[in-house]
Design a protein around this ligand. Structure first.
Ligand code: FES
Length: 118
């Protein structure tokens, strides 16, 4: 049976926003939660270029126009919807997505039993 773990409340995110949360099951790994109007995404906060966190000290993940996810280190740009790198040193590589589900006002990591058993 698939388990879910609450990551944050939906109300914590504005219409277009990002939020960094600790991965509840993997030590030393953060997730980037993204709300883009009606759509939600979760990616590992790891750039495929050098395997470092995407954000700078301010926790910024978006380009100035909030159209792309951008790595603070060498400016790789990723599609919000897919995590695909469309420009930069890791072009054509992807952020690692995590499955999430919205329920009862919360954003939940789902399929947690599969993560624990892998
Ligand atoms: S570490 Fe992200 S673009 Fe280089």
């Amino acid at each position: 049976m698939s388990k879910k773990i609450l990551l944050c409340q939906i109300a914590e995110l504005e219409d277009v926003a990002t939020k960094k949360v600790a991965h509840p099951l993997q030590k030393n790994l953060d997730l980037v939660l993204i709300k883009n109007q009606q759509d939600y995404y979760a990616y590992h906060n790891i750039c495929p270029h050098f395997s470092v966190q995407l954000d700078n000290a301010k926790g910024q993940f978006f380009t100035y126009n909030q159209r792309w996810i951008m790595c603070a280190h060498h400016s790789a740009m990723f599609e919000i919807e897919t995590g695909l790198c469309v420009d930069g040193p890791c072009k054509s590589r992807q952020l690692t997505a995590e499955p999430i589900v919205l329920e009862n006002g919360g954003i939940y990591l789902q399929n947690c039993s599969e993560i624990v058993n892998s």
